[in-house]
Design a protein around this ligand. Structure first.
Ligand code: HEC
Length: 181
């Protein structure tokens, strides 16, 4: 039953999907979100979040077209793409993260993983999730360090971001609003 439902929904979405967008097989959650090719150069880096326990620094980016249209306190514009790139940090010989004079972790250029959320009108209506689990029109995707799609279940993305509804399902949205002050 579930398989049939997924296949049907995937077929419907195949029609709606933008050509070239990733389509996952098996147990992975279907997603229409692709990795923006040039995000590290073309997107605005709006925050860096140290995660000492995971030995990464998360670089947070937004696409410039969306940033131009952001209105502080309001839901993000249609077409917003947020990229979270996890960078490995520099380690001491023993594996302890090295901290800079400012107490911050020292990110390397080596990526561990990339997470993307993208908002498109109608995506909430046409995804596989029941309305009470939807994150508005946001859809999520996970990518490996080399940019290849990471075909995993994405339920946890939706579930953990859902309580952030007041910030349009983002955690770091205030940092983006702050850029517009
Ligand atoms: C357990 C909770 C949790 C889960 C699960 C989770 N996130 Fe997040 N996400 C966060 C938090 C917290 C942040 C803010 C950065 C930080 O502190 O790590 C964040 C930030 C982000 C951002 C930057 C924009 C924002 O909301 O601030 C993106 C993009 C993102 N997550 C995508 C994903 C994707 C894709 C998945 C699933 C593969 C996912 N997240 C799963 C908690 C979660």
């Amino acid at each position: 039953m579930r398989r049939g439902g997924v296949a049907l929904a995937a077929a419907i979405m195949g029609i709606l999907a933008v050509p070239g967008h990733a389509q996952n097989a098996g147990d992975a959650t279907f997603t229409r979100v692709a990795l923006p090719a040039d995000f590290a150069k073309g997107f605005k880096l709006y925050d860096k979040v140290d995660k000492p326990d995971r030995k990464i620094v998360r670089y947070l980016y937004i696409n410039p077209q969306a940033l131009a249209a952001v209105k502080p306190g309001e839901p993000f514009p249609d077409g917003t793409i947020l990229v979270m790139a996890d960078h490995d940090v520099a380690l001491e010989a023993g594996g302890t993260p090295i901290k800079g004079a400012d107490g911050r972790l020292q990110p390397t250029q080596r990526l561990r993983a990339i997470a993307v959320m993208e908002k498109r009108a109608g995506w909430g209506e046409t995804n596989l999730f029941p309305t009470d689990k939807d994150n508005g029109d946001w859809e999520y995707a996970s990518f490996k360090a080399d940019g290849a799609p990471n075909p995993i279940k994405l339920d946890n993305c939706y579930a953990c971001h859902l309580p952030q509804k007041g910030l349009d399902f983002t955690f770091s949205g205030q940092k983006i609003y702050d850029l517009k002050k």
